[in-house]
Design a binder for this molecule. Structure first.
Ligand SMILES: [Zn+2]
Length: 463
């Protein structure tokens, strides 16, 4: 790339502004172009369309480095597009983030190839067929660029540009990025976990920042922490067992599923719930679970708890195995954990189709359920839900555990900010829907009197 002189610092939110997906923040120093996260837009159709628009305000070949806060698709899923378009520089991440990203990107490439195949079948044959955003070969090219680093280790990108990862308590390997450039310090929060995560260390204390770029997913909400997830899960399992039914838990394959399995194993060990078979039905499940066993310095589960994630659970990878579980109409109660977490797609739909009609069964929703999703409809007493063009009556009991969330709530975010030693010059809020970011802005201004800007998509902020 051409030699530049130092110029004014510029910050641009290429994604996750006004919405919670498509995270991508560009920092331009006049000399260097650094990208923090590179996620896919998910969510609504309008949002997903942004993945297809040629709208990047930079040339991928002119980026000097990409730094990844964690492996979730909405933070990593756009990387292969940049590599396809000519990015060849380093992608910095923690080791678990690198490994989670690999599993998530391979899955994403498969889904995109299948989706475009389906789409092209019904497309006007005179028009050019749609191509997937990327294929598995682009994922392989992407993975070669990764450079893994520990947390708390300063990494020098150039002589006047360095960064380090600090644990953020969100998912395995997730980190906040502290970046120092031209004597100024930037803190990119990434996704911030709760103050007291179940199986991770709490978010690390960051002390100094000139500029803080912070997520605001739950900026306007407080989790319901009245009952511990232990107690809540115990009650749900026992109630379902007494009715002679089975329990279906729609869940994300990363983190949430492993948390639930650990809680269930512990409850069974202490005989607080009966020993029921647990099925974890997720094509990605086994790979992600093995990462918890490999990177045991990144979570707080004991070795025995970590081993039981696989030893005590039937892990289902192929759809043939799913059919076997569905065909098993024996009288025995079972626990099924399957994606996706809001029942928008994935294997869990097959279980819902079979099990929703029976009042003996329970569907347990964990974490946030976005408006418009089947999870949201179930939670709001829908009499029936549509799956693949058919309506299915809901007689099963529907419950929710709100406290199992990978994101901190408003109080957690304010606590995270409250531990900075010096006043920051400016806070930018991203990764939140309109109301969430604006309500958090009001709270921060009221509590700390620090200047807060709610990030706008694609707007360039001179610093
Ligand atoms: Zn995340």
């Amino acid at each position: 790339m051409p030699e530049h002189t130092h110029g004014p610092l510029r910050l641009q939110f290429v994604g996750a502004a006004g919405v919670v997906t498509g995270s991508q923040t560009l920092l331009q120093t006049g000399k260097y172009n650094i990208l923090i996260d590179c996620g896919l837009f998910q969510g609504t159709k309008k949002e997903r369309k942004l993945n297809r628009v040629n709208r990047l305000p930079y040339k991928p070949s002119e980026l000097d480095a990409i730094i990844l806060t964690h492996g979730h698709l909405d933070h990593s899923g756009y990387l292969p597009v940049l590599v396809k378009k000519g990015y060849t520089g380093p992608i910095y991440a923690t080791a678990p983030t690198r490994d989670i990203t690999e599993i998530i990107l391979c899955d994403s490439a498969k889904i995109q190839e299948a989706d475009t195949r389906d789409y092209n079948q019904y497309r006007d044959p005179t028009k050019r067929p749609l191509k997937p955003l990327y294929r598995e070969k682009h994922v392989n090219m992407t993975m070669k660029l990764f450079k893994a680093h520990e947390d708390d280790e300063w990494v020098s990108i150039a002589d006047d540009l360095k960064f380090r990862f600090q644990k953020s308590g969100h998912i395995l390997g997730s980190a906040t990025v502290e970046l120092e450039c031209q004597g100024r310090r930037f803190v990119f929060s990434g996704d911030v976990g709760q103050r007291d995560p179940l199986i991770l260390d709490p978010p690390a204390r960051i002390k100094e920042a000139d500029y803080i770029i912070m997520e605001s997913t739950y900026g306007d909400k407080l989790h319901n922490n009245d009952t511990s997830p232990y107690q809540a899960l115990q009650d749900v399992v026992n109630k379902t067992f007494e009715k002679g039914g089975s329990l279906v838990i729609p869940s994300f394959a990363v983190e949430r599923a492993q948390e639930i399995i650990m809680l269930l194993n512990n409850l069974m060990d202490e005989k607080s719930i009966p020993k029921l078979p647990i099925y974890f039905d997720s094509p990605m499940g086994i790979g992600i679970t093995k990462l918890f066993q490999e990177h045991n310095n990144w979570h707080n589960m004991t070795d025995s708890e970590t081993n039981k994630l696989t030893d005590n659970v039937h892990i289902i990878e192929s759809f043939e195995e799913t059919l076997t579980v569905l065909d098993d109409n024996g009288p025995k109660s079972k626990i099924i954990i399957a994606g996706s977490g809001m029942a928008t797609g994935g294997r869990v739909l097959h279980y819902l189709k079979e099990m929703l009609y029976d009042a003996k069964n329970t569907v347990l929703l964990v974490g946030h359920q976005s408006k418009g999703t089947r999870g949201y409809q179930l939670l709001h007493n829908a009499e029936a839900i549509g799956i693949e063009g058919k309506n299915y009556r809901v007689n099963a009991e529907i419950c929710q555990i709100g406290s199992l969330s990978a994101h901190g709530d408003q109080a957690d975010l304010l606590w995270w900010l409250g531990r900075f030693k010096e006043n920051p010059k400016q806070i930018f809020l991203n990764h939140g829907e309109g109301d969430a970011a604006h309500k958090l802005k009001d709270k921060i201004e009221e509590k700390y009197s620090w200047p807060v800007t709610v990030a706008e998509l694609n707007k360039v902020y001179g610093l």
